[in-house]
Ligand binder design. Structure first.
Ligand code: MEV
Length: 436
């Protein structure tokens, strides 16, 4: 490893991040404190203060110490036909080419039926960590014997969920060997219906914990949901005709790419990043918890003891490409930011999904489309070609181009075959010179 140079003594190192009462300040006061700390000018503070479509008071209620909001573009994925229904899918992402990739992938199978999806029930697991029992096997059975009681305790925590057909669904108790000795881990499995369910299952786990201590004589520490939501899977499948892709060579390239990702964790990580480019953008647009979905996806990818790929591609008898994706998708349609964030609410309305499960199935189809598009590009031209147009536009804007200048500078960069910042500046100067 290279040696990391020591940070020199600078003004930064002498500033204090200890700001007593910061959380009690108004948003404006907090911004002033941050501006003083970071040396922000007035323009930067005004930009930070602009929360756009998210009312400032709502931002303050959503998180602590709020000072502003971070606008991320929302693009609409078109061409998606999912289970026979046409969908427009809002995607919130900062990455260029992601939305276009889904549109292109979906265009290529739209006429052949698009995507077929399915899902398991919306079951979430909460874990209760019991320690300090000398008879873990006995403790395990002592918990399992009380299934009916546990069901009643859990359901009493959330009568609304029960009224909507959800609530306690199952009980499992595992003995996990750890460095602190055996732990008796209770899983309560809860049908959370249209809610993501974190609050519901965490409340149940916390309520149940003292009972478990009483029944076993042990000590409970953690009581929290598992993000490995492997009882809450969404699945998507699609066929792309070889002819629509440009022939058998393209199919072969995508299948080879898929086998590479199955076999090699280094490649699988990138392959799955492609899936999550699609899924994560949908999750963010609808105000769902992106980190929960990422954690669940990667844990699921490693469920067999070795990290592997989520989306898979194979060739069918007709020589066409068959793509499949199965992954945990613990998302909600009610509650949290999905309900309160005005933009998230609009994105949900655009999607038109009637249940969290339906929404998860759509997101899964988008993940598959995204992965397909990435592999198609990688197995043929490479991704830089597609990226360069938008990258050139970004460079043009960074060079100072505005309005029509952006396309003109970007076009010149792409045509020259060298998409570089210095050339963007030269081209912009040339253009302005020419205009006089
Ligand atoms: C880039 O954001 C995503 C890809 O790297 C995915 C992949 O390699 O499959 C292109």
């Amino acid at each position: 490893m290279d040696e990391v140079p020591r940070t020199p003594e600078t003004a930064n190192a002498r500033r204090s991040a200890r700001i007593p009462g910061f959380h009690r300040m108004s948003m404006e006061e907090r911004r002033a404190a941050v501006a003083a700390f970071a040396g922000l000018d007035d323009e930067a503070v005004v930009r930070l203060a602009d929360t756009g479509a998210l009312p400032a008071d709502l931002a303050e209620r959503m998180i602590e110490n709020a000072v502003g909001a971070m606008p991320v573009p929302i693009g609409i994925a078109t061409n998606l036909r999912i289970d026979g229904i046409d969908r427009l899918v809002p995607m919130a992402t900062e990455e260029s080419s992601v939305v276009a990739a889904v549109c292109n992938a979906a265009r290529l199978n739209y006429d052949d039926g698009g995507f077929i999806t399915s899902a398991t029930q919306s079951l979430m697991i909460a874990q209760i960590q019991l320690t300090g029992v000398s008879d873990p096997l006995g403790a395990r059975l002592a918990i399992l014997e009380r299934r009916e009681r546990i069901c009643a305790i859990c359901n009493a925590c959330d009568p609304v969920l029960v009224r909507h057909g959800g609530g306690f669904a199952d009980l499992e108790v595992r003995i996990v060997e750890s460095r602190s000795g055996p732990m008796v881990i209770t899983h309560i499995v809860v049908d959370t219906r249209d809610a993501m369910g974190a609050n519901a299952v965490n409340t149940m786990a916390e309520t149940l914990a003292p009972h478990i201590e009483g029944w076993t004589g042990g000590k409970v520490y953690l009581r929290i949901l598992s993000n490995l939501a492997d009882r809450r899977l969404a699945r998507a499948r699609a066929v792309w005709r070889a002819e629509a892709l440009g022939g058998p060579d393209v199919v072969e390239g995508i299948v080879q790419a898929s086998h590479f990702a199955e076999a090699d964790p280094y490649r699988a990580a990138t392959h799955n990043k492609g899936v999550m480019n699609g899924v994560g953008a949908c999750v963010l647009a609808t105000g769902n918890d992106t980190r929960a979905i990422e954690a669940g996806a990667h844990a699921y990818a490693a469920r067999n003891g070795r990290y592997a790929s989520l989306a898979r591609f194979e060739r069918n008898d007709a020589g066409d490409l068959v793509g499949t994706l199965e992954m945990p998708l613990a998302i909600g349609l009610v509650g949290g930011a999905t309900r309160v964030h005005p933009v998230a609410r609009t994105c949900v309305a655009i999607l038109g999904a009637e249940s969290a499960q339906e929404m998860a199935r759509i997101f899964c189809a988008v993940g598959l489309a995204q992965s397909f598009a990435a592999l198609k590009a990688l197995a043929t031209d490479g991704i830089q070609k597609g990226h360069m147009g938008l990258h050139a536009q970004n460079l043009a804007m960074m060079a100072g181009a505005v309005g029509e200048e952006i396309d003109a500078v970007a076009g010149a960069l792409v045509a020259s075959g060298s998409v570089r910042m210095d050339l963007a500046e030269t081209e912009l100067a040339r253009l302005r010179n020419e205009k006089g």
